[in-house]
Write a protein that binds this ligand. Structure first.
Ligand code: ACO
Length: 267
């Protein structure tokens, strides 16, 4: 399902093809007056973008408009209030409640697909669902103003938007537990130390840094980038021998055309 720009705007999102560069696309959370608070409607909008992503898009940048990346779930929903552009939260007693969460998670899962590299460009607050959205991306560039916080347990909830696995993968179980159960704020410098950021830059240099990163990734041919991402993604759950076999299998289709056609461009 493709959403029109107007329909996307009603979910609080904007999609810009060929931004910041041809071959890339930028998704902007666009509810600055609410610090880009997220709703199920927004998650459906994200999922729709993922499903209809044009084939030429190889880098996706996720950013927030205004002073925050995202202040997490729109808290009015937790209070049972209606929020424009979104359905209300269902009752946990409803049959299919977990399926409903799965449908919300679709808004995040596509960011890890092998055909793209996703980059979260985080400035200001990334709280709860905002932090999880940043964790859902392959890479994170933080402005020095960034503040990350996993607030869900403080509100009596668990993080359920696919953020727990990348958090543990990156910082390890003890630190993830400490971050989640204290609900404390991580400033950009600590986030970099914990490897939650690939890069921390002054806020006014963030757009340039993201653009440079996207440009570097786009110099790699699409088949090579995809195969490399798939190979690296399987490494943590592989033995050395399994990974070596996966390297061999991934190389064959890439190298063959070059052997047959010397000077051929990178795939
Ligand atoms: N849901 C709904 N509205 C929000 C949210 C939110 N998560 N965050 C901010 N807003 C609204 C405020 O109510 C305020 O609205 P108003 O102008 O009508 O009063 C407006 O956005 C601006 O918010 P301020 O608090 O004035 O902005 P400030 O820049 O001072 O602070 C901050 C930003 C730190 C993000 C603060 O708004 C905040 O703590 N928000 C709540 C964060 C939160 O607990 N999120 C839930 C996480 S758990 C989860 O995501 C599942």
């Amino acid at each position: 399902m493709t959403l029109s720009p107007g329909e996307l705007a009603r979910t609080g999102l904007r999609f810009d093809l060929d931004q910041p560069l041809p071959g890339a696309a930028t998704v902007t959370l666009s509810r600055p007056e609410r610090r880009n608070a997220q709703t199920p409607g927004m998650w459906r909008g994200l999922a729709a973008i993922g499903r209809s992503l044009p084939e030429q898009v190889r880098v996706v940048v996720i950013r927030g408009e205004g002073s925050s990346f995202s202040a997490g779930i729109d808290l009015r929903l937790l209070g049972g209030e209606a929020v424009p552009g979104s359905e209300p939260l269902p009752s946990p007693a409803d049959p299919g409640f977990e399926d409903w969460i799965a449908s919300c998670q679709e808004g995040f899962g596509w960011l890890r697909q092998p055909e793209i590299v996703s980059i979260a460009a985080v400035h200001g607050h990334a709280i709860g669902a905002g932090f999880q959205l940043a964790l859902g991306c392959d890479l994170r560039v933080l402005a020095d103003t960034a503040q990350l916080c996993m607030r869900e347990p403080t509100l009596g909830l668990v993080p359920d938007l696919m953020g727990t696995k990348p958090l543990v993968d990156i910082v390890g179980l003890p630190r993830a537990l400490e971050i989640c159960l204290t609900g404390r704020i991580l400033a950009a410098a600590e986030a970099r130390e914990l490897r939650l950021a690939e890069l921390v830059v002054p806020a006014d240099e963030m757009n340039g840094a993201v653009s440079d990163l996207a440009a570097a990734i786009l110099t790699i041919g699409p088949a090579t980038a995809r195969a490399t991402k798939e190979l690296l993604a399987r490494a943590p759950r592989s033995t050395l021998a399994e990974q070596a076999a996966a390297e061999r299998a991934a190389q064959a289709p890439l190298i063959r055309p070059r052997v047959l056609t010397p000077g051929a461009p990178t795939l």
